[in-house]
Write a protein that binds this ligand. Structure first.
Ligand SMILES: *Cc1c(COP(=O)(O)O)cnc(C)c1O
Length: 248
């Protein structure tokens, strides 16, 4: 236990431990139902809006993968966590702006949200300048093919937002490593429909990029359905930490 860790109230620590146990059981049950090994699915704890004390408590409970969606919040938290002597794997899961790339590559181990060719150049340049090994990248896919809502569009030849062009740009950048796809079920879509469509996109994608086997899909409300459709990483916030005060 670190000094920081000991500042977590015991009742909060117990609450987080209970949430973690519930989520781990859900993941194990979903894997069993899908006939998959439990160790094919990684849980990422999405800690946005929650304090560093919660992050350290989760790390103390054995959570190694942590996610954040805003650079400003994430950069500060990652620095505090590192200062406490804890070395998690940080996943940046939020929308990424070109002017944030230089900051994000300093603490993130994985970026889940690359969805435009124009972003790839900035991320590759920043990664090459600040890191001694490539940055793992997942491409965010638009399941409903609405480019206004973010996500690269499958079966589109658009030179900026088509999934093929974005993948080729990442694959051609030595400072980036293409590891797979990420998606969020679109509003108004049943998760079953969204994740079965995503599974089709992922299968076609792997034919061209066989090394890119990661599939980041599923959150607190729909992780079982995502696992049934092949998710290898689930991003879980509220089911672990409680409801966030503000929606974002
Ligand atoms: C907040 C967030 C999550 C976690 O959502 P919950 O519903 O709280 O589990 C997952 N993915 C992304 C991209 C997020 O921004």
């Amino acid at each position: 236990m670190t000094d920081k860790d000991s500042t977590v109230r015991p009742d909060r620590r117990a609450e987080l431990a209970a949430g973690l146990a519930r989520v781990r059981t859900r993941i194990a049950d979903a894997c069993a139902a899908a006939g998959r090994d439990r160790d094919t699915v990684t849980m990422i704890a999405v800690t946005k809006t929650y304090p560093v004390d919660d992050v350290l408590a989760l790390a103390g409970l054995g959570v190694h993968d942590l996610g954040e969606n805003r650079d400003q919040e994430a950069a500060g938290k990652a620095a505090e966590v590192a200062a406490a002597g804890v070395r998690p794997r940080w996943h940046f899961v939020g929308q990424l702006q070109r002017n944030k790339c230089r900051s994000v590559v300093r603490y993130a181990d994985v970026v889940h949200s690359v969805d435009r060719v124009r972003l790839v150049g900035a991320l590759a340049t920043a990664s090459a300048a600040a890191r001694d090994r490539p940055l793992d990248v997942l491409l965010q896919v638009s399941i409903d093919a609405d480019p206004d809502r973010g996500g690269a569009v499958p079966d589109s030849a658009d030179p900026d937002t088509g999934l093929g062009p974005v993948a080729e740009a990442v694959a051609a950048a030595p400072a980036l490593r293409l590891t797979g796809l990420m998606a969020v079920a679109p509003l108004g879509w049943a998760p079953e429909r969204a994740f079965s469509r995503l599974a089709e996109v992922a299968a076609a994608f792997r034919a061209d990029h066989p090394e890119a086997t990661a599939l980041s899909a599923g959150m607190s409300g729909d992780l079982e359905i995502a696992i049934a459709h092949g998710a290898t990483q689930v991003r879980v916030g509220s089911a672990l930490l409680g409801m966030r005060p503000t929606l974002r």
